[in-house]
Design a protein around this ligand. Structure first.
Ligand SMILES: [Ca+2]
Length: 236
């Protein structure tokens, strides 16, 4: 029974296996063909993907180049804008200077050498005179050259005018109020001056006037005297 059964089963099995084997071969071939087709499709897809990636890289490279170009253009524009602003600032400064000069000339300022000078008609104390000069961006004049002193004595013509020399902050230490360093080798004291003469107790002579027509025309006087004055403004 078993044997028969085994035989039948075997036969059946053998028969079945034979049938199954043929079916499997056909199925395997079909699957193999399907796999080949899938592989081919994957290969094709990979090729397309590579092309796409290559194309994408090319686009990235092109985009990077365009970005760099845009950055360069932006930087150039910023630099150009900065230069234009500097030019505008220079033009504005030149216009301000032109307006200043026009205002000074119309107010009676005179040009000599490298500076503009103002010879007042009214009188003030030394400090008030310096403040009047400062309202024009100037100071009471310094004197640094013989030619400059010759010009000043020619304009003042023997009248008393304050200049910007003082020792009011330290007796005997003469300084120019415009910041020019005082050079004792280029000074134009009148004979016997400065004498810091005490007209009354507590009074001193700490400011300087041009008093004579000749070159040695400086005299120290009290800073509280009301005198005419000379301003000087030098444009750089
Ligand atoms: Ca003095």
């Amino acid at each position: 029974m078993l044997g028969k059964e085994d035989g039948r089963m075997v036969q059946e099995n053998i028969s079945g296996e034979t049938v199954d084997s043929q079916a499997d071969d056909s199925q395997r071939q079909t699957k193999f063909q399907e796999l080949e087709k899938e592989v081919e499709e994957i290969r094709t897809a990979l090729q397309l993907s590579n092309i796409s990636c290559a194309s994408g890289n090319e686009s990235d490279s092109s985009a990077l180049s365009r970005m760099q170009l845009l950055n360069n253009i932006t930087q150039t524009c910023a630099e150009t804008q900065a230069r234009l602003e500097n030019v505008s600032a220079s033009e504005a400064a030149a216009q301000d200077k032109y307006r200043d000069l026009l205002s000074m000339v119309s107010s009676g300022w005179k040009h000599h050498g490298g500076g503009f000078y103002f010879f007042s008609k009214e009188t003030k104390s030394w400090q008030e005179a310096e403040q009047a000069c400062a309202s024009y961006g100037a100071h009471l004049t310094s004197v640094t050259l013989r030619q400059e002193m010759e010009y000043l004595t020619g304009e003042t013509n023997g009248e008393a005018f304050y200049i910007g020399l003082t020792d009011q902050w330290q007796e005997g230490n003469w300084t120019w109020v415009d910041g020019t360093e005082f050079n004792s080798q280029v000074s134009f004291w009148a004979p016997g001056q400065p004498d810091n003469w005490h007209k009354a107790p507590g009074q001193r002579e700490d400011c300087v006037q041009i008093r004579f027509k000749n070159l040695n025309a400086w005299i120290d006087v009290s800073c509280t005297h009301n005198l005419k004055w000379v301003c000087k403004r030098v444009f750089s």
